[in-house]
Design a protein around this ligand. Structure first.
Ligand SMILES: *Cc1c(COP(=O)(O)O)cnc(C)c1O
Length: 226
């Protein structure tokens, strides 16, 4: 069942990248609220990278699947509370939601030396919405330099969650702004290669505007029940 959905989404990603003359785009399967069995089914079908919003939920699934599916890559895409940073630094391979200096310090301090550097993306609030998570574009250069100075962290790029307009086409300017910020960041930092934007209802537009990784939940697993 989910394998058909995986094939369909993979094909739609390929088509969008092809139409836009873009290189292949990575698929992050957003498995929040889904049971470990659903993750295992997609992993068996070949999917490797999974996104989660809550640290403990991800820790439990990683543990449950460590024996049968050892090579999976876990990304935190939800807001990270400072008191969860220590556990997050152990559980995840990527943290996409860094938006403040205190998180940089906590993740760097707690990344186990037995693992490689933690891959991180800065979450940007490109539209300047008040009260929303994400670093302001004007604060991005300083935050990026702070990450780059930490040997236990590897700055890989940017993540954004645009305002949820009913018409996904309305999100295009926000995606274009993110691409400008991403290219400026890549000019300053050698390992920056990832622009994470686009979800189930807008990923073809995000790919056309330069996404290198799309985060897809509903289109892979069906509607979430919680
Ligand atoms: C839930 C979530 C997604 C996936 O959304 P869908 O619409 O189910 O594809 C992507 N990114 C973030 C940050 C999310 O919280």
């Amino acid at each position: 069942m989910s394998n058909d959905r995986l094939r369909d989404v993979t094909q739609r990603i390929l088509n969008a990248a092809d139409a836009a003359g873009r290189p292949p785009t990575r698929l992050l399967a957003v498995s929040k609220t889904q049971p470990a069995d659903a993750v295992a089914a997609l992993a068996t079908a070949g999917q490797r990278a999974f996104g989660e919003n809550y640290v403990q939920e991800a820790a439990a699934k990683r543990e449950a699947l460590a024996g049968t599916h050892p090579g999976l890559e876990w990304h935190l895409i939800g807001h990270l509370q400072s008191n969860k940073a220590a556990l997050a630094a152990e559980v995840f391979d990527w943290v996409q939601s860094i938006d403040r200096p205190s998180l940089v310090d906590a993740l760097a301090r707690h990344r186990p030396t037995t693992r490689g550097p933690l891959n991180v993306l800065v979450q940007v609030n490109a539209e300047g919405e008040t009260g929303k998570a994400g670093c302001r574009p004007e604060d991005l250069p300083a935050l990026a330099r702070r990450i780059a100075a930490e040997p236990r962290l590897l700055l890989r790029g940017l993540m954004s969650i645009p305002v949820p307009h009913a018409d996904p086409e309305q999100r295009r300017p926000a995606f274009q702004h993110m691409r400008q910020l991403f290219e400026a960041l890549a000019a300053d930092h050698a390992h920056v290669d990832t622009l994470s934007m686009g979800m189930s209802d807008d990923f073809p537009i995000a790919i056309a505007e330069g996404a290198t990784l799309v985060r897809i939940g509903t289109a892979l697993f069906g509607a979430r029940t919680r």
